[in-house]
Design a protein around this ligand. Sequence first.
Ligand code: ADP
Ligand code: MG
Length: 435
Amino acid sequence: MATLEVRSVWRTYPGERVALTDASFAVGEGRICAILGPSGSGKTTLLRLIAGLDRPDAGDVLLDGVSITGHPPHRRGLGLMFQDLALFPNMSVHDNVAFGLRMVGWPRAEREQRVNDLLEVVGLTSVGRRRIDQLSRAEQQRVALARTLAPQPSVLLLDEPFGTMDEVQKSGLRLELRSILNALETTTVIASHELNDAVAMADELVVMNEGRVLQSGATGTVLGEPASVEVAELAGYVTLALGPVRRGRVEEAGAGAMAVPGLTETDAARVMAHPSSLLAVPAESGLGSGVAGLVLRTRAQGPTWLVDLAVGTRIVETRWEWDLAPPRTGMRLAIAARPGTLRVFITSLATLPAPSAPTAPEPPAPAPPGPSSSPPSPDGAATGAPDGIPEEPPASAMPPGSSSRAMAGPSRSAAPEPPVPVTRREQRHRQMPLS
Ligand code: ADP
Ligand code: MG
């Protein structure tokens, strides 16, 4: 167990391809850190530099505060597991795990003890004598993990550990791997292009793109308070409104207008939100944020519904908890957003796209929901105009504290109680807003 720090690391490959530009981050002792970024963003290059398989052009890698940049890989005490696992297919599980220990001369008795302990940790004791090619991919994954852990690395580096698995296999293995790593308390860095991996596994998150670290910090902070549009998009946020600011509202043709106090008339702004914090509500409810859209499709999610709305030229996923029945396709619905979860980014008027028309046809007028099917009504918020977009959006539309000229919206911890309908399910989401 150790702390790891990557300090201002640069790497340019032959042919002038810059793979890393001034990359820095730190991982605390025993913490699990995910490096999240699209393919080609420099994740593998970073792991190879940490492991010592490649050298940075500039910058430093520190283990427990001591530079290891000049150390050869075998003296770093790190364990690196690649996506292809690199197991010996015709050798047994046991022999694969023991292989590295044998190479570095562990005495037989200690080696056997270590292998048996690890097979127990990863739940493979009963298949220890089986050959690798007689195992499922998830089991092979656990063998590879045991083999990487065998020499007791102080830091574990996993490159796309779920790369070739399907979503069902992945979701089980993520939780499994997480509990194994938590039990071992090994400092771990996981490179992945999948947000779900990071959300399920990581205490800390490093978001990368094009060789740069865009943001790093506690996973909940990075996902809840992305510092730029780029990070917000990688964290799954969508744009609710993008346009000029008029009378304190961000206006976008075809989407609506959202109140953002504190912006000046010369500004343009982008208001972003995570789908998990968005509820679709009847347009006439007055609970909307000022942005509305037309129902493109609905999808069941347990007892509730996910609703894709056409908002301007975008598709915004929302949740529908107003009624047990899903809304009709083509219906116009307002989007209620929990204020503490909105992010506001100042942009320049000059960079705005040309205004566009709504993408879906004007639907028939919606039927109001029956009183028995309505969720609990918030106090004093139902003041909307009948056509769905209130002339003055209610307080629920306003990102409090978003007057900051910096790109950030309000901190979630400072968010007031939301005046949008809050169900028990919503309460759960408040603790895990990005689950
Ligand atoms: P990721 O793991 O995030 O997909 P990589 O670290 O593999 O990204 O690659 C980062 C960039 O460096 C990419 O543009 C890739 O094409 C380039 N790259 C990676 N390895 C080499 C290499 N050995 N020689 C030249 N370019 C490379
Ligand atoms: Mg890679």
